[in-house]
Each structure stands twice: as C-alpha cells, then as structure tokens.
Design a protein around this ligand. Structure first.
Ligand code: ADP
Ligand code: MG
Length: 257
C-alpha cells in the first residue's frame, strides 16, 4: 500500500500571544511532493503558522504532525512531552526554512554557509559536504560564486544561497516565508525560477507568498488565510481565479491591483 501519511498535517492549531489569538484553529494537509501556497493579508498568521510547523513556536492547542510525528513532542500514553533539544534539532533539520531576509552568515563565503551545518550538526564528511555544496550552488545558478561573501552578492543571489544552504541539510519539507518580498523587482524572477525547479524535482513545499502568478503556476493547492483561519483552499485556478469567499476575492483583487 502506498504511504499516505501526510508530510505535514495541522489539526485545529491554536496560538496566542498574550491576549492576541493569532491562529484560531488551522487545519491543513500537505502530501509528499505537493506544493501549497499560503496567501493572505498581513497579520493573518501565516508566519506564525510556519514557525509552529518548524517548532520555532509551540502551539497552544491542536496538533501538528510532520511525517506523522508530533512536532517537538513525543506522545507517551496519550500525553505529549516536549522532546529534548537534541531531538528537536534533528527533526527540525528535516525541515528547511527560507525567510524574507536571507539570514546568511555574513562572515562566511557562500560555500562556507552551505557546509557549516552539515559538518557541525550532521557530522557529515567534510570533503563530501563541500562536493555536495558545489553541486547545490550550481543547481541554484551560482557556480563561480562559491567564494563570495554575502555582501558581494545581490539580494537574489543571497536568497539563492539561502535556499541552497537549506537544501544542504537534505530536508524533506521546505518552508518559504515570503522569500521574494525583500527583493528588488528585477531579482524576483531568478529566485522564483529556483523554487519552481525545486517543486518540479518533487520537493514538498509550503510557500507563503504574494506572487499570485507563481502560486497559480506551481501550487497544487492554494490556501487563503485570514484572521488565523484557512478560509478557502483548493486548486489555484479555483481559489485565485474563481474564489468562493468575499474575503478571498477582495484580497486577490488588492494583490493583483
Ligand atoms: P503574517 O505573517 O500573516 O503577516 P504573523 O504571523 O507575522 O502574520 O502575525 C500575526 C499576528 O501575530 C500579528 O498581529 C503579529 O503582530 C502577531 N505576532 C507575531 N509574532 C508575535 C510575537 N512573537 N509576539 C507577539 N505578537 C506576535
Ligand atoms: Mg509574515
């Protein structure tokens, strides 16, 4: 029988910051190989949701499973216990995350950025890590830039290094939080092209983005989030082309304006 465990499952996820109820019962399934684009207004909880998936935040209620396992916890006779840090790190290394700001190590060259965690955290063989890093930089169109420091690279190039750095951990799930929002418009395309390639290679991805064209073309599922809830979810042509809910329509018309 094929393995039907979702790569990521969110069931009724709630998260508050003090009195602010940010996630109000988020449900989402992402299957292996799927690309889900998460769209929605600023402040609706998209980043918070991704941070919960990655266990950078704990959830207040509901369940988050990544490859069938609770994120950051293990279940013991029906009781959830937070995992030791070491184990959280191991599981988190299976999830790559790319942020709006590239967050590269500024004192390291491109290739040093890529090999740092595989060698230090995953204890990979040094030579092999460098070899794989070169291949990854080539894959994101940056062969020849191995020894450049981030400050010598454009925003688009830095973001491609950041994507390659995530891939160097051999993640099974990639999370992107508005990866092109900080870029000059002429640099957006080169980053989206890398993400499109990655999607075509079969990577499972959750992408928070305002790039409606990308969502329409690449996403298997587009989900619209508003006020901490998934309001509407489905194929791009439906959610983007013929949305059911007034809030979705209003949002899309604003983004496309
Ligand atoms: P989005 O990514 O959709 O723009 P966020 O998830 O960043 O939304 O934020 C949702 C809401 O949660 C916002 O009102 C934001 O100010 C608030 N928020 C996010 N992170 C924190 C935090 N660490 N502490 C307090 N409030 C937060
Ligand atoms: Mg955000």
């Amino acid at each position: 029988m094929p393995d039907t465990t979702p790569a990521m499952r969110a069931e009724g996820v709630h998260k508050s910051y003090g009195d602010l109820h940010v996630l109000r019962g988020v449900d989402m399934d992402v299957h292996a190989g799927q690309v889900v684009c998460l769209i929605g207004p600023s402040g609706s909880g998209k980043s918070t949701f991704l941070r919960c998936v990655n266990h950078l935040e704990t959830v207040d209620a509901g369940r988050l499973l990544v490859f069938g396992e609770p994120v950051g916890y293990r279940e013991e006779r029906g009781v959830l216990r937070e995992l030791p840090n070491r184990e959280i790190c191991r599981r988190r290394s299976e999830i790559g995350m790319v942020f709006q700001r590239f967050n590269l190590f500024s004192h390291m060259t491109a290739i040093e950025n890529l090999v740092e965690a595989p060698i230090r955290v995953l204890k990979r063989d040094k030579e092999q890590a460098f070899e794989e890093a070169r291949e990854l930089l080539d894959r994101v169109g940056l062969s020849g830039k191995e020894h450049c420091y981030p400050s010598a690279l454009s925003g688009g190039q830095q973001q491609r290094v950041a994507i390659a750095r995530s891939l160097a951990m051999r993640p099974k799930l990639m999370l992107f939080d508005e990866p092109t929002s900080a870029l000059d418009p002429e640099l957006v395309g080169e980053v989206l092209a890398v993400m499109r390639d990655l999607a075509e290679s079969g990577m499972t991805m959750i992408v928070v983005t305002h790039e409606i064209g990308f969502a329409r073309e690449v996403a298997d599922v587009v989900s619209f989030m508003d006020h901490g809830l998934i309001v509407e979810s489905g194929p791009g042509e439906q959610v983007l082309g013929n949305p059911e809910h007034a809030r979705t329509r209003e949002f899309i018309s604003k983004v496309l304006a």
